[in-house]
Design a protein around this ligand. Sequence first.
Ligand SMILES: C[S@@+](CC[C@H](N)C(=O)[O-])C[C@H]1O[C@@H](n2cnc3c(N)ncnc32)[C@H](O)[C@@H]1O
Length: 609
Amino acid sequence: MASSSELQDYLSVYGLDLQTTTDTTKGRAVLSTDYHKRGTVLVTSQPLGAVALPSTRPEVCNYCFRKPSNPESLQRCSQCKSAYFCDVACFKNAWLTYHQYVCRPASSNHQFLGDDSDQDALDLEMLERVALNCWRYNNRKTNQQQDAKVEEGTDDTKQYNVDEEGVDVTMEAFDGLMGHDQKQPKHTLQRYRRLAEQALSQPYLANSGLKVEQLVQYLCRFQCNNFGIHDDRLFTIGEGTYPVASLFNHSCRPNAVVMFEGALLSIVAIEPISPDQEVTIAYVDAAHDRSHRKSTLSSKYFFDCLCVRCVDTDIYGQIDTLLGKEASDWDRAQALLQQTRLDDDSDTPTTLRDRILQQVNDWDLLEMSRLYDRRHDGVPDASKPLNLAHYTHYVIQFFAPYLWSSCNLGLSFGNEQSASSVLSTTAPSSRPGSPPPLPSPPPRALSYFDDPLPQAARPKVSTSYKGIFTHLLPIIQAYPLDDNVVPYRLTTLSASTQLLYDEMDLGHWRNAVKLGMYVLIQYCWIYPPYHPIVAQHLLLLAKCSWNSIIKSELLGDGKALEKAYERGVRRWILLAKETLATVVGKQGEQWREVIELEWIFLREQKLKE
Ligand SMILES: C[S@@+](CC[C@H](N)C(=O)[O-])C[C@H]1O[C@@H](n2cnc3c(N)ncnc32)[C@H](O)[C@@H]1O
């Protein structure tokens, strides 16, 4: 067994410390010992076991979990016909570590069958993989101890590099994980016992000496600790046991996020973190209502969340009141979206989707921009329900300066500091992988604004989240509401997000821009500005705005509208570049896309001059 300092040594290299709290439910907490900039990779974590979701198997390398842009380039195992690999090297590594044990001829292959919702199949596969690794590790340790006895006087120096996560570190972290075995419901333990017996019936585990109780304990740990593995678009592609990453506690307003490069997990700071501050990640999506978050955290992780967002009196806590109850709203939204339109002759939209779409179709972007322009004193008409268009344009006046100042782009009226120069200083140097050779347009071009929004924007209120919230909450809550489409409710957000993707699929780019702006506002309430979901959404907005320019040119919509989209493209690209570079990194597809879009956009602007 590794001495307890090996894990601590590993964490200390990253400026982190694992401390035991006085709260027995909480257990340990990871505290920072240094000042960490936003974007810093706080720690990396290797999987003890990782399984791809059945639906993603033909697209993901079964060993390294990379997802090539062309899935056809993956090579399929000729025996089981269900595992795909980047190349021979990945196949060999997989074969040596686990695939030789789990690979069965396609005709007898039960394990890989099933769909993503077949939790038993996923749990069983993960259990077998982790059990195999634990068994091999224990064997190796026993052999090493015997060898050490024979070679008396052997040097007892460490066998690992402290800055690399050796297997000793992974195993020490795994051994200490909480499983809340005593709190698991009886039926769950019965299910785990059945899975454990099934795993031990496999020929390669039958003689491992592992016991059913031990495997039941592993399964309890999986429930409270495992991660969904996502690709760089944040789509879940698999599940992994990452013992080192599992040391981090939860907050609904976290200061760090989990990112993946293939199967390698990184914990990345999304806010500056000071010494003695706890590093937290989110176990559940913050875009859920408080009762949903709390019940998931309580049933799956066995704790009552008392984070800053879940504490009533705090400003973040009040956000949940604004977003509304999700359980009923969410169900209603889904039901309404599914509901087919019964009366096709009627002009009155009958589904939530139709109502939102009608508001989006009626939404005059130019008129709204003028009404809520800094030169006018536009506030929504208090006698009418607050619709999506008025809500979005009114609130974005507050959130645009907030995003700008949070992202520290240094753009303001009379301040021509180049965004790229700021980018180069804020981009993390610790991130692996070098940027691809991409065109680099003149930096001043994008940061030059023909209108000096947003820092000079009206209304002049604080650009802090708290300031905006305190100012806006009583105002937007004072408006009468159309019960069917309440702009700030989670129900409306979820329905609008689906509609946004549908409109993009249909090439309705101008509607997509409007919906995208609305969704951005809701994200600003819910996520910190450097959250990867926000970064990804900014890129989407930039793309929709660019496509709207093309469409406007084709349809001859007029210069004013084109200008509005151009301003949008500039802003969203700048923000997307900054946030992507910081939290997602410059090695992925999204970085390439934003740089290419910037290049095309600036070339077009030059041609127009
Ligand atoms: C992934 S582990 C986190 C590391 C854990 N604290 C440890 O010592 O191993 C998840 C467990 O930590 C505890 N936990 C995590 N976040 C918490 C929080 N915000 N409040 C209370 N307990 C928390 C719960 O017991 C949960 O089941």
